[in-house]
Design a protein around this ligand. Structure first.
Ligand code: CA
Length: 497
C-alpha cells in the first residue's frame, strides 16, 4: 500500500505559454516520482468566455476543444486530443485523473426565449419581490456548431431554475424561473441567502427528468471518450444531493468502476454542515476540508499567538478523516480570487507537513506551490495588482517523504500552543520508513518523542536541513527532536540522505 497524494493541476490565472494539457502529460514522470497518485485537471469543456475561460462558466459539456464555438476551437488548456493524451499518459503512470464536473449551471445560451419568472430578494431567495412576468432570457442552448454530434439534447427554459439577466429589460437580478417543477428553488444543502440553489448564470434544474437523463448520458460519453478514473464535483452545495447520488451510482454501475469522487462544498466554520452532507450522500464523496484550510490561514496570520495544539480542532480531518481531502490553498483562495485566504508563506511548509506526513486525510497539493506563478488582476478597489507566488522548495521533498517514509503507527505530541510534533513508527513493508516531525510558530523548539523500538540506536537528521543536529534514538525508542523558530523539521534516518 502506498500513500495517496493528489495535486490540483492548475490555478485561476494559468497563463503559461505551454498548453496545460501538454504540460501535464510532459510532467507525468516527475509527478509520479514525487509521489503524486491523482491529478485533478480543470474543466475541459467549452465555456462562454472561450479561450480566456478558467472553465467554470461552461457552455457545452460535449465540446472538449473540438468545435468552433465561442470564438475558438481549443480551450485555454488545449485541444480535445491533447486532453485525452494527457489523461492517458498520466494514467499509464498509475496516476488517476480526476475530471472537473461543472453541472450546477450553464452560460452563454444561443437563443432568447420568453421566460416566466419572479424576481427574488438576493439576500433571501425565498422571498419574491415581483409578480410573475415574462422576460427575454438566454435559456436556449442549441450548440449550432456541434450540430447534434454526441447528443441532440437542446436545453431550454424548462431545464433551469433561475437566471440572472433579463435581455429585454437590460436588467440583472436573480430571477426564479416559474416552470413545471415548482415556483420555488430546488432543495439544496446550503441555506445561505435563504436557499442557495442559485449560484450564477443559468442554474440547472435537476427536477426535470430529461435533464437528469442528459447528464447521465453525458457522464457515459465523457468516460467512454476520455477514460478518467475520478471526478471532482464543482459547487455541490448548490446542487440537489439526491441527483449526485444517482449520477455517481449510475456511473459506477454502468462501468463497473469505483470512481474516486471529491466534492467541493465550501464550508469554513461548522463541520456539522460537512458531516450532514456526508450523511445525505451516504459517504459516496470525499470532501475538501475547507475548515482546515481556514485554520492554516489563521495560523499564518496570527503567528505565535495561534494555538498550534488546536490546528485540527473542528475540522473534517478530525471528525471524518477517511473522507477528508486536505489542502493548503486552491484556485478560489489564491490572492485576488473570490475566497482569498492565502496561507502566509512562512507557514506553508508547516501546513504541507501537517497534510502530507500524517495518517489522516488525503492531501491535495496546489499547482502554484510546485511551479510558482505570476499574474495580475484587479483587487477589490479596482486597482491592478501584480502577484507572484513562489514555488516551495520543500514541497517535493515533503511529498517524497510521504511516498516512501511516512508509514506506521502515528504518535501525537500536539501538546503545546507553539510547538507540536508527531512520529510515524515505520513499517517493514516500506524500507527505512519512520519519521519524526517537529514544528514551531514561535521560538526554536524541541520535543522528546517516541518513534519505536525498531529504531533504537539509529541516527536521524532533518531532511529539510533546517536543523543540523544528529538525533540518536535511545534504548526505549525515544529521541529528542528539534526545530528552528517559525519552522518545521522532518527527521528521517541519517543514511537515507
Ligand atoms: Ca443550483
Amino acid at each position: 500500500m502506498v500513500n495517496h497524494t493528489l495535486i490540483q493541476y492548475f490555478h485561476w490565472y494559468y497563463n503559461e505559454e505551454e498548453k496545460l494539457w501538454v504540460k501535464a502529460a510532459k510532467h507525468a514522470d516527475s509527478l509520479a516520482d514525487m509521489g503524486v497518485t491523482m491529478v485533478w485537471l480543470p474543466p475541459a469543456y467549452k465555456a462562454t468566455s472561450g479561450e480566456e475561460s478558467v472553465g467554470y462558466d461552461c457552455y457545452d459539456l460535449y465540446d472538449l476543444g473540438e468545435f468552433n464555438q465561442k470564438n475558438c476551437i481549443a480551450t485555454k488548456y488545449g485541444s480535445k486530443e491533447q486532453y485525452i493524451h494527457a489523461i492517458k499518459t498520466l494514467q499509464d503512470k498509475q496516476i488517476t485523473v480526476m475530471a472537473d464536473v461543472v453541472i450546477n449551471h450553464k452560460a452563454g445560451g444561443d437563443q432568447l426565449e420568453k421566460v416566466p419568472v419572479r424576481k427574488v430578494n438576493p439576500d433571501n431567495r425565498e422571498e419574491f419581490i415581483s409578480d410573475v412576468m415574462l422576460i427575454d432570457a438566454w435559456t436556449k442552448f442549441t450548440f449550432p456548431e456541434r450540430a447534434g454530434k454526441y447528443s441532440q439534447f437542446i436545453w431550454d427554459l424548462h431545464c433551469f431554475s433561475g437566471i440572472d439577466w433579463a435581455e429585454d429589460l437590460k436588467e440583472s437580478g436573480i430571477y426564479s424561473i416559474q416552470n413545471a417543477y415548482g415556483e420555488a428553488w430546488e432543495e439544496v444543502p446550503s441555506r445561505e441567502f435563504g436557499n442557495y440553489d442559485y449560484l450564477m448564470f443559468n442554474d440547472v434544474d435537476f427536477r426535470n427528468e430529461a435533464v437528469q437523463e442528459e447528464i447521465k448520458r453525458w457522464g457515459e460519453w465523457y468516460y467512454k471518450t476520455c477514460g478518467m478514473k475520478g471526478f471532482r464535483l464543482d459547487a455541490v452545495k448548490h446542487i440537489s444531493p439526491w441527483f449526485l447520488n444517482i449520477w455517481i451510482d449510475h456511473m459506477n454501475a454502468t462501468f463497473k468502476e469505483d470512481f474516486f469522487i471529491v466534492a467541493e462544498n465550501w464550508v469554513t466554520t461548522d463541520v456539522a454542515e460537512l458531516e450532514a452532507y456526508i450523511e445525505e450522500t451516504g459517504g459516496r464523496m470525499q470532501l475538501f476540508d475547507s475548515i482546515l484550510h481556514m485554520n492554516f490561514y489563521r495560523a499564518g496570520e496570527e503567528g505565535q499567538n495561534y494555538d498550534l495544539s488546536k490546528i485540527f480542532d473542528g475540522t473534517l480531518t478530525q471528525s471524518r478523516p477517511e473522507l477528508s481531502i486536505t489542502f493548503v490553498d486552491n484556485h478560489d483562495s489564491q490572492p485576488l480570487q473570490a475566497l482569498q485566504s492565502y496561507v502566509e508563506y512562512w507557514f506553508r511548509p508547516l501546513a504541507y507537513a501537517l497534510i502530507l506526513l500524517r495518517e489522516q486525510g488525503i492531501p491535495c497539493l496546489f499547482y502554484a506551490d510546485l511551479y510558482g506563478c505570476k499574474y495580475s488582476d484587479a483587487d477589490n478597489d479596482g486597482l491592478v495588482v501584480e502577484v507572484e507566488l513562489i514555488g516551495l522548495p520543500e514541497l517535493s521533498i515533503i511529498s517524497k517523504i510521504r511516498k516512501s517514509l511516512s508509514y506506521g503507527i502515528q504518535t501525537d505530541y500536539l501538546d503545546h500552543p507553539n510547538c507540536i510534533g508527531w512520529t510515524r513508527s515505520g513499517t517493514d513493508e516500506h524500507p527505512d520508513s519512520g519519521i519524526a516531525v517537529v514544528m514551531s510558530n514561535g521560538e526554536p523548539g524541541q520535543k522528546a518523542m517516541e518513534i519505536g523500538l525498531k529504531h533504537v540506536g539509529k541516527e536521524f537528521v532533518d531532511a529539510l536541513g533546517n536543523h543540523h543536529e544528529v538525533v540518536t534514538i535511545d534504548e526505549h525508542g525515544w529521541g529528542n527532536f528539534f526545530c528552528a523558530a517559525g519552522s518545521v523539521s522532518i527527521w528521517i534516518l541519517n543514511h537515507i540522505l
